[in-house]
Design a protein around this ligand. Structure first.
Ligand SMILES: Cc1cc2nc3c(=O)[nH]c(=O)nc-3n(C[C@H](O)[C@H](O)[C@H](O)COP(=O)(O)OP(=O)(O)OC[C@H]3O[C@@H](n4cnc5c(N)ncnc54)[C@H](O)[C@@H]3O)c2cc1C
Length: 449
């Protein structure tokens, strides 16, 4: 706190503690956090963490609370440090293509600010209008455009982070190149609030593509669509967006929108190319998918492109009309995408849980969406069994149990299996170096469940 700063707002009423106790994962902690502190400045964060260290109080940092892994959930004995009010774009250097922001800025707001200068903030989680930049850094969020432009890690040049004891650490730099010291920036990206509190980020912007072309193709089955996605990559083109939508999702979109997508095929592949060569690249995409496609088209007309993208854009809302929709998030090598989607279909048959799949095919990142009756506990019984079988399937195929949503609280039980004992030891040592008392987001992300 500094002169004239009213200091952080401290809330202990039940409603505030309840609202800050969980995220969008469906997880409900057994108790409520002891309080919520709303920080307005770095000084506030420093003061909170100094006191937490002195009193050994566990602190759960919170951005917008849209996480899907329970990473921002907090319970009795813990304090929530809400940084969503630190929401200023501090600097936007057009010639350097760099933005400096506070952590509470919403991802879509940053992109809109960049757009005013012909630039783009590339990471685009589907939650961009709701999620904070700090939270998306802490989860290394992905999105549709990362097939070409990379996930959040590729956009973070440097960070200002308050450590557990209140010291302020600067990592990285504002230049696009620089190799002095260990890459602590990369280490902090995706650390799910366990190593420090991000209070400022220096982010890379990119030129906003002036041209865009969209291709849509229907297939007789999901395996053919997955093969076509591989054919696109093999053709040497790099779509910004390469999405796969399965039959169950097409049916849900038809039911919601009155469309006839499912009648046209059992799987849909959508590709968007961008940049000056967008139209030529789209022709190459069309040629690559044509061998297997039942029908395919390419357009540079924005209105037609928006129509073609409907199936992907409306996938989640359409599935949510059918019940409680739980989004899972596994990734496999691109060449195993077809095995993964058919494997998920088998999990659905075995467990009796309805599962629809849409996937960032360009990244091999699948979102199997479990659709269960409203109110059903999704963290036990058949839904949880189905989710576990999906995690095991991804690991068996040489993939990972989380492509972009993080480990949080819910996926810790599979972490050791995926990382191995040596890696878990190194994780514990890194955690101890940053946070020796273990007060930052304890029990999350890097520990056994
Ligand atoms: C409808 C929907 C769609 C989604 N789509 C995507 C998607 O396409 N891609 C994707 O990757 N994710 C997606 N998500 C998941 C989620 O939105 C992202 O992970 C998001 O980036 C989290 O940001 P947040 O501000 O809500 O973080 P929170 O949920 O508040 O926090 C997430 C984690 O980050 C930590 N944290 C938050 N702020 C800070 C900080 N300043 N410093 C240190 N740690 C911090 C928290 O402790 C917690 O561990 C989606 C979620 C929803 C609900």
């Amino acid at each position: 706190m500094h002169d004239g700063d009213p200091g952080p707002q401290v809330l202990v009423d039940r409603a505030s503690r309840e609202a800050a106790s969980t995220d969008w994962s469906g997880h409900r902690p057994a108790g409520l956090p002891d309080g919520v502190v709303r920080a307005r400045s770095t000084e506030d964060v420093v003061a909170v963490l100094r006191r937490a260290t002195a009193e050994r109080t566990p602190v759960v940092t919170r951005g917008a609370g849209t996480g899907l892994a329970g990473a921002a959930s907090a319970t009795t004995g813990e304090l929530v440090l809400d940084v969503s009010g630190m929401d200023r774009v501090l600097d936007l250097r057009v010639d350097d293509q760099v933005a400096v922001v506070e952590p509470g800025v919403l991802v879509a707001d940053l992109d809109a600010a960049a757009a005013e200068h012909g630039l783009m903030y590339a990471p685009d989680p589907a939650s961009a209008a709701l999620a904070s930049v700090g939270g998306s850094i802490a989860t290394n969020a992905g999105g549709l455009r990362c097939a070409k432009h990379g996930a959040t890690r590729e956009a973070v040049l440097g960070l200002r982070v308050v450590l557990a004891d209140g010291r302020v650490l600067r990592t990285g730099r504002a230049t696009t190149k620089g190799v002095a010291g260990y890459d602590l920036t990369a280490l902090l990206v995706g650390s799910e609030g366990t190593l420090g509190v991000v209070v400022e980020a220096t982010l890379r912007l990119r030129p906003r593509p002036r041209q865009q072309a969209t291709t849509s193709a229907f297939f007789a089955d999901v395996a053919a669509a997955a093969r076509a996605a591989v054919a696109v990559t093999r053709a040497g083109v790099q779509p910004a967006v390469l999405e796969l939508v399965d039959a169950a999702t097409l049916e849900a979109v038809d039911a919601a929108r009155g469309t006839d997508l499912r009648a046209r095929g059992a799987a849909l592949l959508l590709a968007q190319t961008d940049g000056e060569g967008a139209a030529a690249e789209a022709e190459a995409v069309l040629a690559a998918v044509s061998a297997e496609a039942l029908e395919a088209e390419t357009t540079t007309d924005p209105a037609r492109a928006a129509e073609l993208m409907t199936a992907r854009r409306e996938a989640l809302p359409a599935l949510q009309r059918l019940g409680q929709a739980v989004i899972e998030d596994v990734a496999v090598p691109r060449s195993r995408l077809a095995d993964a989607v058919t494997g998920v279909e088998e999990v659905s048959r075995r467990t009796g849980v309805r599962i629809a799949v849409f996937a960032h095919a360009g990244d091999g990142n699948l979102h199997p969406v479990l659709v269960v009756p409203e109110g059903e506990d999704v963290l036990s019984g058949a839904p949880w069994d189905a989710a576990c079988q999906v995690f095991a399937l991804a690991q068996r195929l040489g993939g990972t149990l989380t492509g972009e949503h993080g480990v949080g609280l819910l996926k810790r039980a599979w972490l050791r299996e995926e990382l191995g004992d040596v890696s878990m030891d190194v994780h514990a040592a890194v955690k101890a170096a940053f946070d020796p008392l273990g007060i930052l987001n304890p029990g999350k992300a890097v520990v056994d469940g």
